[in-house]
Design a protein around this ligand. Structure first.
Ligand code: NAI
Length: 431
């Protein structure tokens, strides 16, 4: 499956998508003009909040930062300007970077902001409380974006006086290397909010795509079947090194286990649980993730997860003691070829992408290709998930699904794929 899919036209396809995206306002059939964003408030000085704040500073947008944890907030005052200066390179630090971040003692200090990003812990009740506390401090035209990975915007908007000003502004981790930003349109979100969020993301040199509200939006809808497949492979006795090697040799920037370490095992667990609650027929609740979580192996931020991150080694390595957390959960052992592992990792993502198209989550198939390349580290030289699938063809993909029948419903062909195979159709029209 691997070798046949690299196509020189893939990079042309990527180039075309980028050019289209640059001119896209994110709204159809509306004259809404984006509001100017000159100052940004960030709530949550964790991994993501700090990276988002630094990105803003590096683009000369002053930031006001808040966090419930005074130590985390104080730390962020030191780390954010450093990170912003690194991001600005080779240019010298701009005025906002030099001025640093303003640390807020109360929500009232957000009053001068034009846009707020909430990036606190992934728990509905906590996020809702914070949003309801902040909203009255803001003037009517301020846009509020949540960086939630999985929680529907409609649920976060409940209790807000002006739910039309709330949208998802979902950055991808690591923020400095992943250009994609999902702008999530809730049922009440206004065109003005969407246009402002899209223009703001472009101000940060990011690549915004507008997606319809649903648990996991687009990026995590596609990501979780990939992560879930990797955990399932582990519990079938497939070696962690084989899983990672196959993903990397396909061209993924990170293997699924390395990616979970980067996301944070705790965050992956919470977000995975929220995805599992909604999509029980597609995600396998693996006991391996909670076992690592309980053991404090939270991934890169703790120096150990699936991998061990030893500063004295050039590359992180799968930790030998990982087997302690995996072996007890192996029920039946399989031996799979690299090609079989590749299919197990990639085809679930593709099936989920076809479901996203069926549900109208994106405005165009190109947004799925942009999301996978610039949000999930899918290889650009394969043109994105759907472009890659077009090179294989719908009928051949159905054939790849045949041996996966034992996995049940989640590996069953979708209606869209069956129809495409019958009509010999493609996701993208050939240029
Ligand atoms: P984190 O655990 O590193 O940081 C969360 C921060 O929120 C902590 O500093 C905590 O003190 C603060 N906090 C908790 N409750 C608070 C409250 N009531 N008021 C103010 N601050 C509060 O988490 P991380 O990874 O930065 O995630 C933050 C958000 O970003 C979550 O919604 C997550 O789903 C989302 N996200 C995470 C990604 C990842 O890969 N880690 C990727 C994209 C989005």
């Amino acid at each position: 499956m691997t070798s046949a899919q690299c196509s020189p036209s893939a990079l042309e396809h990527v180039d075309r998508m980028l050019r289209f995206n640059a001119g896209d306002s994110g709204i159809d059939a509306s004259e809404a003009q984006p509001r100017t964003v000159g100052r940004v408030g960030v709530i949550g000085a964790g991994v993501m909040g700090c990276a988002i704040a630094a990105t803003n500073l590096s683009r000369n947008l002053p930031v006001i930062m808040a966090d419930a944890d005074a130590d985390a907030l104080a730390r962020s005052g030191r780390t954010i300007p450093q990170l912003a200066a690194e991001l600005a390179q080779p240019e010298p630090p701009c005025e906002a970077t030099r001025a640093g971040v303003v640390l807020a003692k109360s929500e009232q200090e957000f009053a001068p902001c034009d846009l707020i990003i909430e990036s606190i812990v992934e728990t509905l009740e906590v996020k809702r409380k914070v949003l309801q506390r902040v909203e009255p401090q803001l003037s009517a035209d301020v846009v509020i974006g949540s960086n939630t990975s999985t929680i529907p915007i409609v649920q976060l908007a409940r209790g807000l006086a002006a739910p039309d000003r709330l949208c998802g502004i979902h950055f991808c981790n690591p923020v400095r290397y992943r250009r994609l930003v999902e702008i999530v349109r809730g049922p009440q979100t206004s065109d003005l909010t969407i246009a402002t969020a899209v223009a703001y993301a472009k101000q940060l040199s990011k690549l915004p795509i507008v997606v319809r509200d649903n648990p996991g939006f687009l990026v995590n809808r596609i990501l979780f079947p990939y992560l879930s497949a990797a955990l399932e492979l582990l519990s079938e006795g497939i070696d962690a090194r084989q899983i990672e090697r196959v993903a990397l040799s396909f061209g993924m920037q990170l293997g699924p286990l390395g990616l979970m370490d980067l996301i944070g095992i705790d965050t992956a667990f919470y977000a995975g649980r929220s995805m599992y609650d909604t999509f029980r027929d597609r995600i396998v609740a693996s006991p391996i993730l909670p076992a690592l979580f309980k053991a404090g192996r939270l991934g890169q931020k703790k120096g150990i997860g699936f991998y061990v991150y030893d500063p004295n080694r050039a590359q992180p390595e799968i930790d030998d003691s990982l087997s302690r957390y995996v072996e007890q959960y192996i029920r039946q052992r399989y031996t799979l070829s690299d090609e079989q592992v590749e299919i197990r990792l990639l085809v679930p993502m593709l099936l989920e992408a076809t479901r996203a198209l069926e549900e109208g989550l994106v405005r165009a198939p190109c947004d799925i290709d942009l999301a996978t390349i610039f949000g999930l580290g899918f290889p650009a030289e394969r043109g994105g998930l759907l472009f890659w699938a077009d090179q294989i063809g719908a009928a051949a993909i159905l054939a790849l699904l045949e041996p996966l029948k034992r996995l049940g419903k989640r590996a069953a062909p979708t209606a869209l794929l069956l129809q495409m195979a019958a009509e010999n159709a493609r996701f993208h029209r050939p240029e």
